[in-house]
Design a protein around this ligand. Structure first.
Ligand SMILES: [Mn+2]
Length: 370
């Protein structure tokens, strides 16, 4: 039986009611976990701190309280900068499509329960998308992006007034009968992973921080989470190359248009020259927003056959809308992702700057207010 329900929490910032008023949906989730023989946890491609944090938290929670077999499926491997979250035991249950395509697809096909975290539609799982869509498993979405593809799921928890999927999952797990409304009911690995995911999605409390976010942080610290260690692991463990590249970007690569659009294009050569891995450029796209006249910031990275785009904007400018209209993507109001396809959008990387300037000019002058 299918039941499409948008999880109806209480009004914004009323976190006490927010946690309790979705009881029936939460019961439905735990009931599915009790019934399931094989559960698959899925998240978006190029998994970041929130994607991995929420996935690992869900995984450890299931392992602690349910007997279902559980696997985490990824399109591609998580960056080494967040590998501290993944212990050896958890890693054995992670299937990466780019490394083991058949096993990964088989796990999805055999699952009778799929839990999708930190993405709003299956195509965001890239090459896992078709198998996830085709599966007849019961599907649950737990996400904080705009425009969830609700029709593709039996149960939907979708909120935009939370910092992260990790935060939303925290409130859900805490409210399960297993946790009994207490953070103490969470396995320690879940608690740590949720703190990590929330921290990366808020840029360490710099954005999207709500009362419910701070409540979560307080309760997790009380639960015993070593936040100092998490922050150290996230922000004090980079290689020298990252800061050297940042210097090069700020000195030579950053362009700011008359519309107040800052952009940086990182081609393969540059990324290789500095030995940049996935995760190393985390946070770079936010930096130009510190400049008074910059209203929107874009970071483009060449990646195999396409160009990945990150967009951040100040209040009043919709990164989500700009990405949807010009960069084949979307996300949140002030933080979105997208891509440029070669050769559909640009013939090669040398065209990227011109594309950005032309399209963001149209967007800023004509479409943002529409
Ligand atoms: Mn997220």
């Amino acid at each position: 039986m299918k039941c499409n329900i948008i999880c109806n929490f209480a009004p914004k910032n009323n976190f006490t009611r927010m946690i309790t008023s979705a009881t029936s949906d939460i019961n439905r989730l735990t009931c599915q976990l009790e019934k399931a023989a094989k559960t698959v946890i899925a998240t978006h491609f190029k998994p970041d701190g929130d994607a991995m944090g929420s996935s690992i938290a869900m995984y450890r929670f299931i392992r602690q309280y349910f007997s279902t077999d559980v696997k985490i499926v990824l399109n591609d491997r998580f960056p080494s900068s967040i590998a501290f979250m993944v212990n050896a035991e958890t890693d054995r249950d992670i299937l990466v499509f780019e490394e083991r395509p058949e096993d990964t697809v088989k796990a999805i096909q055999e699952a009778d329960l799929i839990i999708a975290l930190d993405f709003n539609a299956f195509h965001r799982a890239d090459r896992l998308g078709p198998a996830l869509s085709a599966s007849s498993a019961y599907k649950v979405l737990i996400d904080h992006h705009l425009n969830p593809d609700s029709g593709a799921f039996g149960l939907v928890f979708s909120r935009q007034d939370v910092s992260s999927a990790s935060e939303l999952l925290y409130h859900i797990l805490k409210a399960t009968p297993q946790c009994g409304g207490k953070a103490a009911g969470l396995p320690m690995e879940s608690a740590e992973a949720l703190m990590t995911g929330m921290t990366t999605d808020t840029n360490n409390f710099a954005n999207s921080t709500y009362p419910s976010t701070l409540l979560m942080a307080a309760e997790l610290i009380e639960r015993g989470v070593d936040r100092d260690r998490i922050v150290f692991n996230l922000y004090n463990q980079y290689g020298e190359n990252r800061l050297r590249l940042l210097g090069h970007i700020l000195k030579d690569l950053l362009t700011i248009t008359d519309d107040g659009v800052a952009y940086v294009v990182l081609d393969k050569d540059t990324l290789e020259r500095y030995g940049i891995e996935e995760g190393d450029t985390e946070g770079f796209v936010n930096m130009p927003l510190s400049i008074d006249r910059v209203r929107m910031s874009l970071l483009l990275k060449e990646d195999k056959d396409r160009v990945r785009v990150s967009i951040r904007s100040k209040k009043g400018i919709s990164a989500n809308r700009c990405s949807k209209l010009h960069f084949n993507g979307g996300g949140h109001e002030n933080a979105a992702g997208g891509r440029l396809n070669i050769p559909e959008d640009i013939s090669d990387m040398s065209q990227a700057a011109e594309y950005i300037e032309r399209h963001t000019h149209i967007f800023i002058t004509e479409e943002n207010e529409a």
